[in-house]
Ligand binder design. Structure first.
Ligand code: FDA
Length: 309
């Protein structure tokens, strides 16, 4: 029951001010966010890649409402990619972007502003030898995000998309994207969605996830299994074996700080394992979604407010 409350709070400016200002928040945030700036995030990336894990870097930010901030997001990604080039990390690190941070929701031409910004990022990513994956946000953004994907894939065919199994429409979207060369990260979905567009029951979301996995593994694309759920991971491995896909023709992805022992186990077993590494000052929405996913995270967070005895 707490999940929806937290997801509503994730979009509340008032809550953002309260939570972000609380001195006890930082240590808890650090579990999920690799740092306030690029430098500490790079330290995390070096450690992960030295241990045989791949990464996708996310410069935190979302729901941008002015052009200047949208441009600042683009510039932060360009700096990130220049650093990946200088550190020769292009083959281990790709980048994830949220189009709302590139201005997708701006009232006048938001879609085109976001497309122009992310196109610059995709160009540099291609030059550096890496790829961009478009994160998926709430259901009102899916059409625009998939349109940006189609546009980018003309010149940058490695551009990836995220599909969320909780949305009814995803079965069709998965079928359309399970095509040659298409990189699709399948996730369950992290936003608060109405019953008119999304399954509300976790079991239904899981069943839809398995159906989508089947379609992806039967297709000619590159499945990216974005889940920490042991059942989904086992089913993906089974589907990979059945479709004679070796690791490297699909991959697993997990979030920084979540089920780290399982990340290690899969990498040690020879799987390609990519960690989603978020960094930046605007961590509030991302952090609240991580709390909403797991009640134990919230308990941990609330306990940190208790006075020391
Ligand atoms: P589920 O929620 O059933 O969790 C399975 C188990 O994993 C739990 O029992 C627990 O052990 C562990 N676990 C899961 N979440 C945890 C947490 N926050 N803290 C601690 N343990 C946790 N969503 C979206 O809408 N758009 C997107 O673009 C993305 N991008 C994305 C990238 C990557 C790499 C991942 C892994 C996930 C996303 N997501 C996302 C988030 C996704 O939609 C989903 O909310 C979470 O992955 C949780 O779902 P699981 O599949 O892990 O299963």
């Amino acid at each position: 029951m707490l999940g929806p409350v937290l997801l509503a709070a994730a979009r509340s400016d008032r809550m953002r001010r309260v939570v972000a200002a609380a001195p006890v928040t930082r240590p808890v945030v650090r579990r999920f966010v690799a740092g306030d700036a690029l430098d500490p995030a790079l330290a995390a990336v070096r450690t992960l890649t030295a241990g045989g894990l791949d990464v996708t870097l996310d410069h935190l930010g979302e729901d941008v409402t002015d052009r200047a901030t949208a441009h600042a997001t683009r510039d932060a990604y360009l700096r990130m990619l220049e650093t990946l080039r200088d550190e020769r990390l292009g083959d281990r690190a790709e980048v994830s972007v949220k189009l709302s941070a590139f201005g997708q929701a701006l009232p006048d031409g938001g879609h085109d502003i976001a497309l122009a910004g992310v196109r610059r990022v995709a160009e540099l990513a291609t030059a550096v030898g890496t790829t961009v994956t478009l994160d998926m946000e709430d259901h009102t953004t899916v059409d625009s995000t998939l349109a940006v994907l189609r546009e980018l894939r003309r010149e940058h065919p490695g551009t990836g998309a995220v599909l969320q199994s909780y949305l009814f429409r995803t079965e069709d979207d998965v079928r359309a994207l399970a095509a040659e060369g298409s990189r699709v990260r399948l996730v369950k979905g992290a936003y608060r969605e109405p019953a008119s567009v999304a399954y509300q029951d976790r079991k239904e979301v899981d069943k839809a996830y398995v159906r989508a996995l089947r379609t992806l593994f039967a297709g000619d694309g590159y499945p990216m299994v974005g889940s920490h759920d042991p059942r989904m991971i086992a089913i993906a491995q089974e589907l990979a074996a059945r479709s004679h896909r070796a690791p490297g023709r699909y991959e697993f992805q997990m979030l920084y700080g979540v089920r780290t022992a399982e990340q290690r186990r899969l990498a040690d077993a020879g799987e390609r394992m990519r960690i989603y590494v978020p960094y930046g000052a605007d961590w509030y929405g991302y952090f609240m979604r991580r709390l909403a996913e797991r009640p134990a995270n919230l308990t941990f967070f609330l306990r940190s407010f208790a006075p020391a005895r």
